[in-house]
Design a protein around this ligand. Structure first.
Ligand SMILES: [Zn+2]
Length: 178
């Protein structure tokens, strides 16, 4: 898992192992691989926003090497189904064919569009861009609100000697919290 503190809010966004696994699977590591993406669903556990699921791309999405347009009807169905299980829609993810990805003008526009037309429980929406590099360097994680957007950086994890490092823990369960 990777934990991302959200500014000075005291909240932390946590990407769980199943979510990181899905991102990794769809990385565009070959020239012929197309952009992919899906939605992000989380449980709220106190100050922790635990991203428990990243949905995979669907058959009706429009995908190319440099673009991704999801099927809106599928998205809506996913939101209703997950909500019944206590999982909340908090944003979306998609891939880019670059090692350390950055949002395009279209990505930013899409997030602002999402903010104006959706009701949600967060102060903003999460956008994850999955690059070709390994996590966490290969991930761009940002929180968009109506007023601004901030890129989130992974929290350093301190080891027994007090040395801090940014670390991906591969073997922890999806409900575990740092
Ligand atoms: Zn993009």
């Amino acid at each position: 898992m990777i934990a991302y503190p959200i500014g000075t809010s005291g909240q932390t966004l946590i990407l769980t192992q199943p979510v990181l696994g899905r991102f990794s699977k769809y990385r565009q590591r070959r020239w012929w691989q197309r952009e992919a993406g899906g939605q992000l669903f989380a449980r709220f556990e106190g100050d922790h926003i635990v991203v428990a699921e990243a949905t995979p791309p669907g058959h009706h999405d429009i995908r190319s090497r440099f673009g991704f347009r999801p099927d809106r009807r599928r998205e809506q169905t996913e939101i209703l189904e997950r909500h019944a299980c206590g999982l909340h829609f908090i944003g979306d993810w998609h891939t880019h064919p670059e090692a350390a990805p950055h949002p395009s003008a279209m990505d930013t526009e899409r997030m602002h569009d999402l903010l104006t037309r959706s009701k949600h429980q967060l102060n903003g929406f999460v956008m994850v861009i999955v690059g070709t590099g390994d996590a966490p360097e290969g991930l761009y994680v940002a929180l968009f609100s109506r007023a601004s957007s901030i890129r989130l950086n992974p929290a350093p994890i301190r080891d027994a000697q007090g040395k801090s490092s940014i670390q991906v823990r591969p073997n922890m369960g999806d409900s575990a919290i740092i």
